[in-house]
Design a protein around this ligand. Sequence first.
Ligand code: HEM
Length: 532
Amino acid sequence: PGVTEQHNGELHRDYTEDRAAKSQDVVYTTANGAPYPHPYEAQRAGSNGPLLLQDFHLIDLLSHFDRERVPERVVHAKGSGAHGFYRTTDSLEDLTSADIFKAGKECPITVRFSTVGGEQGSHDVARDPRGFSVKFRTEEGNWDMVANNTPVFFLRDPAKFPHFIHTQKRDPSTHLTHADDSTMFWDYLSENPESVHQVLILMGDRGIPDGYRHMHGYSGHTFKLINKNQEWVYAQIHFKSQQGTKFITQEDSHSYGPDYAQKDLYFAIEEGNFPKWDVCVQTVTPKQAEEMWEKQKINVFDLTHVWPQGQFPLRKVGEFTLNENAKNYFAEVEQVAFSPSHLVPGIEPSADPVLQSRLFSYADTHRHRIGVNYQQLPVNAPRVPYKMGNFQRDGAMAFYNQGSRPNYLSSIEPISFSKRTVDLDKTHAHFVGEAVTFLSEIRPEDFNAPRALWEKVWDEPARERFISNISGHMENCKHEEAIKRQIGIFREVSEDLASRLEKATGKKGYPGIAGLSFNGTHNGMAKDKANR
Ligand code: HEM
């Protein structure tokens, strides 16, 4: 990782060796490479005079220090990363033409795990979903899977994302987070009932993973896999931890340090205890997708729902191992830039509106966070067997500016094009029913999966812990109406859940959501048609 072979031949220093250099082999220099003998000395006029403008060493030292920070990620700011390799164990060639899924294919990877809401210095044992991003450096370019540790998400309409995330951030006036004041958190959730499946997972026993090695990863979104005959299926990607899953209870979480997950991952790798994951796919044909919508009201473009694994079993494709820590956290983890839009031929996005928005949002934030040429940073640079070229030029830090070649599509000096392997007419002409239009609407089916969790999956002590986690968190919510509404939402999941929560909080909730109207969201279960 961190190698930039494709830059060879440019007037450019290859820093590959410097990355591994030992301190005793390094000479102290100014940034322009001149040896400098006095790292701790400012130049001063006389013995008591002011400092000299000619002292480039000091001026450069201070001004570089002044600019050391790049903005932290607007979400998922706290994270840990490592490098490793991926290998395809079971060919997926029947489903996709992606080169990386041919049997035996391998590639180097970089993985970054994260919490979501907290700032860069926040606690990595927080009750929060975890990010799980993998950059596969394939021979056809980088493929990023920007996943979470939960199969579902809080929302299915991307317009809600910035609002929802703001409720996880500091209040503009009190500057407190929802750990101290949970009002805005519950205010948002009680207005957006499609979040309730994720809320059950978050506030239940699976809400605090025990480090990053013991958790699975889920694309959540639906992608499309296209084979060489232009046949395609919908697919979700799952990473299954070979370490198994482990979680921390609310009670125990207080005794963990703020960098527990970072330490756990780093030292496991240092000790040669390399964590591994299976890569699996779950697929659904276009016809099955229509049937699933007609019979079960599960829309493949709706990431608040899962595809039942009994109906659509997982198929293992490969596995990856993390066997190398970053030598330099900033260069290799802070600067790594994942995007769901970094795809390779044979893997296409689906029409899921949240995914479609993410295709835009990540590269957009990278251009702001680490610069327009972020793909040229060593950790992000593709490692392809051909000479890469396009007509993107200049911009800040363009250290691979493509030499003397014409900067337009020249017929005098043409470059070559690969053959199109995916026929977009065939893959993008299908949309399932009218479901896309009504993604925001709340439907009875939204409560099926959370109800199964409460009634069938959890045992009695798990239910008790959930009630205690929620009622503890709600103690800091000052908006009584939000609590009444949230209990109404929980009542659609289960009467038992709602009445226990009423007892634990001492608050009375609504009898359900039929009488409620939601801020910005259609209530398909409203009695009153005007509320729909
Ligand atoms: C990080 C936007 C939904 C997983 C981010 C970042 C942005 C963002 C702007 C910061 C990226 C950076 O600075 O490097 C959005 C938007 C969403 C959305 C607009 C919905 C409309 C999701 C979903 C998932 C997800 C549904 C998972 C299924 C992640 C992960 C990261 C991340 C894992 C951290 C990437 C890393 O480790 O660098 N998101 N996100 N996000 N997001 Fe999302």
